[in-house]
Ligand binder design. Structure first.
Ligand code: SAM
Length: 376
């Protein structure tokens, strides 16, 4: 089976080209398996050459020797090509079903009485997101061609599914479900949030689970990209979830002080530079009510890689997969920023948790890192 879970066929998912997608996913899976085996073999051989060095010294040698290894360099080239092939496939699948998708989008976009969409035509985008097309996604997150554009959202929704090969669940909502099940229930069972904010929500994959868990709460998702949010809002309506989406910079929002009981982000931290992470924590502190909780979840191998192989893979993602801010992620800095934002360090928790859907398939290996803190 290529996909761990099948994609839920909501009305905004392209219905075309399933076989081509399956073939590409299989090719990618085979490549990833072989490349990780090669990395493991090479890195273990380099690391075993001396026992007296510090971790950083061994790592420096790993980088230097792998830079000169033609098989590894060819592997990096293949990673980039496969990522580009993924986006080409996603675009081809969307184009193959474009007429139906456009009609479905317009139907939900104009449907009233469910949620709200606030776009800001004067939006000032932070330079760090304009500088690069993260994950090599054509056009980048902020691309917005006109006021009916939903294409970036459609690309992201389907692209994440193909990239994750079904590991994020049929609705790509693994991270929201993981926070609810493995962090909120674990540490904050008393919290009954009435107001919830998801920062960097993209198309709302992880935002919707909060509405399911807390149906009476006012749930907001904010992001920079207008076309992402247009799609997010239509998608939420098609799935009958009443969620508010607003085009805002998570570093400085227009919400009033102490408005939210719960503020979350999912795989946002590794995609923004250190200075922005700091501002996001400061803004979250301003927006949280006393007693409110902030939770950020990201991949452990991005924030704090536990071995030389994941560290090397993370650091090469920077240029292989256009992830410019990955290399600067560092748990110790994040802890410092949380404290500087005003939170009490004693309230700060770091959890390594397994993915909600992976557990369902018998894989309880902890791969996500959740940082949570309550405002006093
Ligand atoms: C990897 S995606 C996260 C997607 C989403 N949270 C999920 O779980 O599917 C990162 C998102 O963060 C958004 N983003 C980056 N910087 C931001 C900022 N300063 N303010 C708001 N959104 C931001 C990007 O536009 C992008 O949609």
């Amino acid at each position: 089976m290529v996909f761990l879970h099948n994609q839920t066929k909501h009305p905004l998912i392209p219905q075309s080209d399933r076989e081509a997608e399956r073939k590409l996913a299989q090719k990618t899976q085979n490549f990833r398996r072989d490349f990780f085996l090669l990395l493991k073999e090479q890195i273990e051989a380099i690391a075993s050459q001396s026992a007296k060095e510090s971790n950083n010294q061994v790592y420096a040698r790993v980088r230097q020797q792998l830079n000169q290894n033609p098989d590894i360099q060819e592997g990096h080239r293949q990673r980039t090509l496969l990522q580009d092939e993924l986006w080409q496939q996603v675009i081809s699948s969307i184009n193959g079903d474009r007429l139906r998708l456009t009609k479905a989008f317009e139907f939900y976009h104009w449907q009233k009485n469910q949620g709200l969409l606030e776009l800001n035509p004067e939006m000032e985008y932070p330079a760090h997101q304009l500088k690069t097309e993260i994950h090599r996604m054509p056009g980048g997150y902020c691309q917005n061609c006109d006021e009916s554009d939903f294409f970036t959202g459609a690309m992201y929704d389907h692209g994440v599914f193909l990239y994750g090969q079904g590991w994020f669940g049929g609705l790509n909502d693994e991270l929201g479900k993981t926070v609810i099940n493995h962090v909120l229930w674990q540490h904050y069972p008393q919290l009954k949030p009435q107001t919830i904010l998801d920062l960097g929500c993209s198309v709302g994959h992880s935002t919707l689970p909060y509405k399911e868990e807390y149906p009476d709460a006012e749930v907001w998702g904010i992001d920079l990209g207008a076309a992402l949010l247009r799609y997010a809002s239509a998608r939420a309506k098609s799935l009958e979830r009443e969620v508010y989406f607003s085009q805002q910079n998570a570093e400085q929002t227009s919400f009033q002080n102490n408005y939210f009981d719960l503020i979350v982000s999912h795989i946002l931290l590794h995609e923004i530079p250190s200075g922005s992470r700091k501002k996001v924590f400061q803004e979250s502190y301003r927006l949280l009510k006393p007693g409110g909780v902030m939770i950020h979840i990201d991949s452990q191998s991005f924030l704090s890689p536990s071995n030389l192989i994941t560290r090397y893979f993370r650091d090469t993602e920077v240029w292989v997969n256009s992830e410019p801010y990955l290399g600067s992620s560092n748990l110790a800095d994040l802890q410092r920023y949380v404290k500087e934002a005003g939170f009490d360090r004693k309230e700060f928790k770091v959890d390594l948790v397994p993915g909600y859907y992976a557990v369902q398939k018998g894989n309880d290996k902890a791969g996500w890192m959740a940082l949570s803190v309550k405002k006093r």
